[in-house]
Write a protein that binds this ligand. Structure first.
Ligand code: HEC
Ligand code: HEC
Length: 455
């Protein structure tokens, strides 16, 4: 008996040593495979994926220096009662602005209280407590040792994640890569007490900046505003565009509605110029003062920082996004027979597959078109270097029906999109064919369903 006990103690001690050893040595030194072998590549891919996911969810790239320290957004969140300014942002108001809460970051006791309706959702102190739990998706509060909110930063997940509403609407498990079409990012930024830096950049006043931000509305953001200063389209509507999903991007050449560049190009762009993180960014296309007066003047195409918190994250962040698959639609969310017929029309009479080439549903190669080619105006295209629209990859369309379709959501439904193409290309589709085509669009990615074991 005694010797057995000694043996198990010895085994436990040995295991402990191995674990310690594993922790102390970076895993690249620990695995017994050559880094350039097949097994080494798999281990490397797993490491990169984990690292990229961390960055996507939690990395602010030091942007709290802008959102908190400079714009003082955290003071508007806590409100005057907690030492900030104004009424504060209650959890109910935060959820109303489309912010999402990660249920997996909440302690069990709080989940129980939420379920029982015992949490005061109109108290900004609760929002601050949620920030302290790191439970507000895409927003990170930094606290001092006394638990006082010092500043706040934002992450990629703010716009490109949502939750599955598992607990209540707005509170659930993370869905990375999904476009948050509820998020009224303009109204959130407009809460910031000090918008002077943005006003200075755009050569205007704070009241005008607030007006522009409030005009964006849910699910929209304007990444080009800080480049060209164009806040409204010629028809008077906001120049902001819909937040696209950040899944199903592998194999796609150019990204964003207007094809600014690759995934990693855009990540560097957005982390430096939009999130105001600390890094380096190079794009001499932004020196064109005719097209990008604001960016050219500010020298955005030659952004340098001695502390670079962005460039070291780009490789893993790139890989992570390429790995997020477009999610499969729930099995009963579309008519399978109609979708089968719609598939034939998509590649046949509808001529859709000449641009949306399956299974990527964008062109392999240079996936760009003028507005004229798809019968729309070129206002937004002209705000990007190539002055074209990128053929949108269509997998996972069912996840972002809110806010409409095309870059600015001008078509409220998929049927409206189909009707547009029918007129644009004089397809002469019958009403039954149009319905079939819509069912096919709802079924993408093809052949995959939520309850398939692989998903
Ligand atoms: C404030 C909201 C917001 C934040 C934060 C944000 N994005 Fe985006 N993202 C957008 C919008 C809006 C677009 C479309 C831009 C356009 O076409 O003008 C976009 C486009 C993209 C695309 C192109 C998708 C496609 O279909 O081609 C990728 C990839 C992407 N973002 C990744 C990221 C990553 C990674 C981060 C963090 C470093 C990030 N975004 C931060 C709003 C945001
Ligand atoms: C000439 C190339 C071309 C053809 C042909 C074409 N598309 Fe498109 N499609 C595009 C471009 C470019 C966009 C992006 C337009 C924008 O955002 O303003 C787009 C966008 C879309 C969108 C909106 C996606 C989103 O996320 O908002 C849908 C849906 C769509 N196309 C379906 C179709 C269908 C169905 C057909 C056939 C009837 C078709 N397309 C034919 C180029 C094409």
């Amino acid at each position: 008996m005694a010797s057995r006990k000694i043996l198990s103690v010895l085994i436990a001690a040995g295991l402990g040593c191995i674990l310690l050893f594993a922790q102390e040595h970076s895993s690249s030194a620990f695995y017994e495979v050559r880094p350039d072998s097949d097994a080494g590549t798999s281990v490397h891919a797993q490491q990169m994926l984990r690292q990229g996911r961390e960055t996507f969810r939690f990395d602010t790239f030091g942007d709290e220096a802008f959102w908190g320290n400079t714009l003082k957004l955290h003071q508007a969140i806590e409100g005057a009662k907690l030492g900030g300014v104004g009424p504060g942002l209650s959890p109910a108001a935060a959820l109303g602005l489309g912010l999402k809460v990660d249920v997996d970051a909440l302690p069990k006791s709080l989940i129980a209280q939420l379920k029982a309706g015992k949490v005061n959702l109109s108290d900004p102190a609760v929002t601050v407590a949620l920030l302290q739990l790191n439970a507000v998706i895409g927003v990170t509060g930094k606290f001092d040792h006394r638990g006082k909110l010092q500043t706040v930063g934002i992450q990629c997940a703010l716009c490109h994640s949502t939750v599955d509403d598992a607990l209540t609407p707005g509170i659930g498990h993370r869905l990375d890569g999904w476009a948050n079409r509820d998020l009224d990012i303009g109204s959130i930024v407009a809460l910031a007490p000090n918008l002077q830096p943005l006003a200075d950049l755009l050569s205007t006043d704070q009241a005008t900046v607030r007006k522009v931000l409030h005009a964006w509305g849910p699910g929209k953001f304007d990444a080009e505003l800080e480049l060209d200063g164009k806040a409204f389209r010629p028809d008077g509507k906001t120049a902001a565009v819909l937040i696209p999903p950040a899944f199903g991007l592998a194999g796609v050449n150019l990204h964003t509605w207007t094809g600014w560049g690759s995934v990693t190009y855009w990540n560097a762009f957005v982390a430096n110029l939009e999130m105001h993180g600390k890094g380096n960014f190079y794009d001499p296309r932004l020196d064109d003062a005719g097209q990008f007066p604001v960016a050219a003047k500010a020298g955005f195409g030659h952004t340098t920082n001695t502390t670079d918190l962005i460039t070291p994250t780009l490789a893993a962040l790139h890989l992570y996004q390429l790995d997020i698959a477009a999610p499969a639609p729930p099995r009963k969310s579309f008519n399978e027979e109609a979708a089968e017929r719609g598939k034939e029309i998509f590649s046949g009479e509808g001529k859709c597959s000449s641009c949306h080439v399956p299974p990527l549903y964008t062109e392999p190669g240079w996936n760009m078109h003028t507005g004229e080619e798809v019968c729309v105006d070129d206002f937004q295209a002209n705000r990007a270097p190539d002055k074209r629209y990128r053929t949108t990859p269509l997998n996972g369309l069912w996840t972002h029906t809110k806010g409409g379709f095309y870059h600015d959501g001008r078509f409220p439904t998929l049927m409206a999109v189909v009707n547009h193409y029918d007129a644009c290309f004089r397809l002469g589709l019958g009403s039954r064919e149009k319905l079939d085509l819509v069912e096919f669009l709802k079924s993408l990615p093809e052949g995959k369903h939520e309850d398939d074991s692989a998903y």
